[in-house]
Write a protein that binds this ligand. Structure first.
Ligand SMILES: Cc1cc2nc3c(=O)[nH]c(=O)nc-3n(C[C@H](O)[C@H](O)[C@H](O)COP(=O)(O)OP(=O)(O)OC[C@H]3O[C@@H](n4cnc5c(N)ncnc54)[C@H](O)[C@@H]3O)c2cc1C
Length: 402
């Protein structure tokens, strides 16, 4: 049954919506209603690779990672549910001198913030991932405190903690409109009736743009398909780092809950066979409210098998047990939009994480909870993540997609 009022409505029951409900309720704001149009976690959260890294180029991203990692390490103490953050590191492997120079560039930032990142020679790389082909590499970069988790498991932990703390989750109910009275948002219209609210948070991932438009707000977030392949069992690689080819973007990690199989994240391959790590520009059009289920593009499987076989001897005769495609939630600078919407009282956004929203979730959720309850996030200054940057044309970040 859908409540008719709530002090805070969160639209979207992905990992960001669920975690924010927990952080709000944990601070005593228990009149929180999360409305999800499918099942919890059925959006992008269902399709991700679960990587958690500190190796970004912008300082704010590294600070968000540090804040989030502190939470990931203590997830069970904070939520009462188990979630394994396996700190096996992120290993970037690099073929070109230009790539190596890019790897070295943020080292002073990491040193200043106390993130243990080091450059590697071929022989160091071979020790980290025995059997990996290294003769075509010019070097690598490694951070031992990076690692991986599992977004659906973490979402379940956040949602159960929030529920025990008093928040309400309603599934299979679509929000069709954000209701506005002048410059203030007063609630939402849904497929099951209206809900009035003091605050509405759009945690609607790649579907945010169309919903925000119902409140007269333009939000530059669009979907971008990415694909993952999972191997049949390869237990000898159960404890390797997340391993990333810097130039191609191809990366792999042991699967969650035991690492018996490997998961491979594959860049898109354009028609001329060119690797496309991220979108060059927003799509001309897309069905914003109801995306069709995504097929994995047929050209990716042979490409992924060939790339994997080139990179590791254990992948020579790889069989994929399953594969899926899902949407990254892109913005023009590959950074999320988090915070109050300028000029529309009571409306906030936490969306558009551009392929790295899982890892930052605990930080994002704590900071957006501060924004909602205290007027402004204060544990970290996130004003650069405001929608304002796209309205004013400011560009505080370096755009990079992994
Ligand atoms: C292939 C792939 C690999 C990835 N790898 C990583 C990784 O290694 N590390 C990492 O940190 N991140 C990764 N990500 C990104 C990460 O998964 C996302 O950034 C994160 O899950 C976003 O969570 P969210 O809650 O913002 O969005 P979502 O999970 O999409 O949640 C939004 C929810 O809103 C709901 N919704 C939308 N519109 C409405 C409406 N009108 N009414 C009600 N409900 C609505 C949707 O149904 C959805 O459940 C990856 C993503 C993909 C696709």
């Amino acid at each position: 049954m859908l409540p008719r009022t709530a002090s805070t409505v969160i639209v979207g029951g992905g990992i960001v919506g669920a975690a924010t409900a927990h952080f709000l309720a944990d601070r005593g704001e228990t009149d929180v209603l999360v409305i999800e149009r499918g099942a919890l976690g059925s959006g992008t959260t269902a399709g991700g690779l679960g990587g958690i890294r500190h190796q970004f180029v912008d300082e704010l991203d590294v600070r968000l990672s540090l804040m989030a990692s502190a939470f990931w390490r203590e997830f069970e103490a904070f939520t009462g549910s188990a979630h394994a953050f396996e700190q096996r590191g992120y290993l970037f492997i690099v073929q070109t001198e230009e790539g190596l120079a890019q790897m070295r560039e943020p080292l002073p930032l990491y040193e200043r913030l106390g993130v243990p990142v080091k450059m590697l020679e071929q022989s160091d790389i071979a020790k980290l991932v025995p059997g990996l082909r290294t003769d075509d590499l010019s070097g690598g970069r490694f951070c031992a405190t990076d690692g991986y988790g599992d977004a659906p498991t973490a979402l379940a932990g956040f949602a159960s903690a929030a529920t025990l703390e008093g928040a309400t989750f309603v599934e299979h109910t679509a929000v069709t409109e954000v209701v506005r009275d002048g410059d203030r948002v007063t609630g939402v219209r849904t497929s099951a009736g209206d809900v009035s609210a003091e605050r509405v948070l759009l945690a609607t991932g790649c579907w945010t743009s169309a919903l925000a438009r119902t409140a007269g707000v333009e939000v530059p977030i669009w979907p971008y398909r990415r694909s993952i392949f999972e191997s049949t069992p390869l237990p000898r690689l159960a404890r390797i780092p997340m391993t990333i080819e810097w130039e191609s973007g191809f990366h792999f990690r042991p699967s969650p809950r035991g690492g018996v199989t490997q998961r491979f994240a594959v860049p898109n391959i354009a028609s001329a066979g060119l690797i496309e790590k991220g979108p060059a520009s927003p799509p001309r059009s897309f069905d914003e409210l109801t995306f069709p289920p995504l097929e994995v593009p047929p050209q990716l499987s042979p490409w992924a098998r060939a790339r994997a076989a080139h990179r590791h001897e254990a992948f020579a005769d790889l069989t994929f047990a399953r594969s899926w495609s899902c949407y990254y939630e892109m913005t023009p600078d590959d950074h999320p939009i988090v915070g109050w919407v300028p000029g529309v009282r009571g409306l906030a956004i936490a969306a558009g994480f551009s392929g790295h929203g899982f890892m930052h979730t605990p930080a994002t959720a704590q900071l957006i909870a501060e924004e909602l309850l205290d007027g402004k996030a204060h544990t970290l200054d996130i004003s650069d993540l405001s929608l304002e940057r796209f309205q004013s044309g400011r560009r505080p970040f370096t755009a990079t997609v992994l």
